[in-house]
Design a protein around this ligand. Sequence first.
Ligand code: PLP
Length: 386
Amino acid sequence: MAVLLHLPAGLIIRVTLLELMRHKHSAYMHWSKTQSRARFNLATSGVTPFPLRELPVNLEELEINGDDSYGYAPLQQAIAAHHGVDPECVVESAGTSMANHLAMAAVLEPGDEVLIEQPAYGPILDVAHYLRANVRRFRRTEENGWAIDPKEVLGCITPKTRLIVITNLHNPTSALTPESVLREIGDIARSIGALVLVDEVYLDAVYEDTPRTSFHLGPEFVVTSSLTKVYGVSGLRCGWILAQPDLAWKMCRLNDLYSATPVYPGELLSVAAFKHLDLLRERARRIVDADRKLLRDFLTQQSTFSAVWTDWGTTSFVQLRNGNADRFLERLHAKFDTSAVPGRFFEMPDHFRIGMGVNTEMFAEGLNRIERALASATTRQVSIIL
Ligand SMILES: Cc1ncc(COP(=O)(O)O)c(C=O)c1O
């Protein structure tokens, strides 16, 4: 259905109702919550849950209410110390999801241009659309190892670009962007008065020599992260933004619209988690490493699949050569009780994302079932099913 808008100076434009409606959902998040589960679940991105009983914490000291209007000071300090930044630059948030939302909403006005990597984590695009930003994309290509090419970014910015958004590690591919490239992106942003938002929720899954946060690279960098993916404590929803103090304060004020105060018991447990971060990370790392080895062997043996290899990260983005991954995954789910994330959620329907780090026995059987799903089709059926 279309409506006519009468603007000043007698201007009339015709728009569909769909165009007038604000984007208010995330197809990926909905799929993830309702359809991603299977007995052999390779549709994950975070590691195995860390059990409360293994967290060295005195539960008698847990409280329900406390002083945390704009964040709980010990947690702000723990986050600041983790990154080596001033606590004034830290904004607590409900996971990286809310961190990304607050960061984008604080920077972008309707009609502002935001330049987002492609492929991208769906909800980042959804938030940008929800904020009525003008979304532009720059490509990361498989041929280039999914790396960010600063020339590509340069070619896509305009004087109206307010924000450049990337993930590091990249979701879905786990590609790592080195500091030298981040600096180039920062220079590009600075040249037009824009900011760079770096979602670093997977960065600590670079287990050897984890790079420091890009927040240290200059005032144009805004960083989001959380304890949800690499540390196995997603339920705490402990997320944060690193931003220059003025912008950080703007985000705190904006967050007043969404939640009065954070969840105090969650903050107490998050402080305890920060005290034992190595314990949390190492526990999951053993599983991630074992799964990665299995995946490597699997991909070496299978010519039907290919992936750009990384020695870090909790996800791998696999291409189904000459096939339709959607149809393959539907069959894999229905007949083999095994799931992975369809590449259509990353605008690449011939790919799918595999998650590591939950349970190695389950992972091995999941890969085995992927192999069986392929093999069970006759040569003629393969062309139909794939
Ligand atoms: C790149 C990226 N950012 C943010 C999130 C959401 O993280 P959180 O669970 O901390 O809200 C995800 C979840 O998959 C993600 O992949």
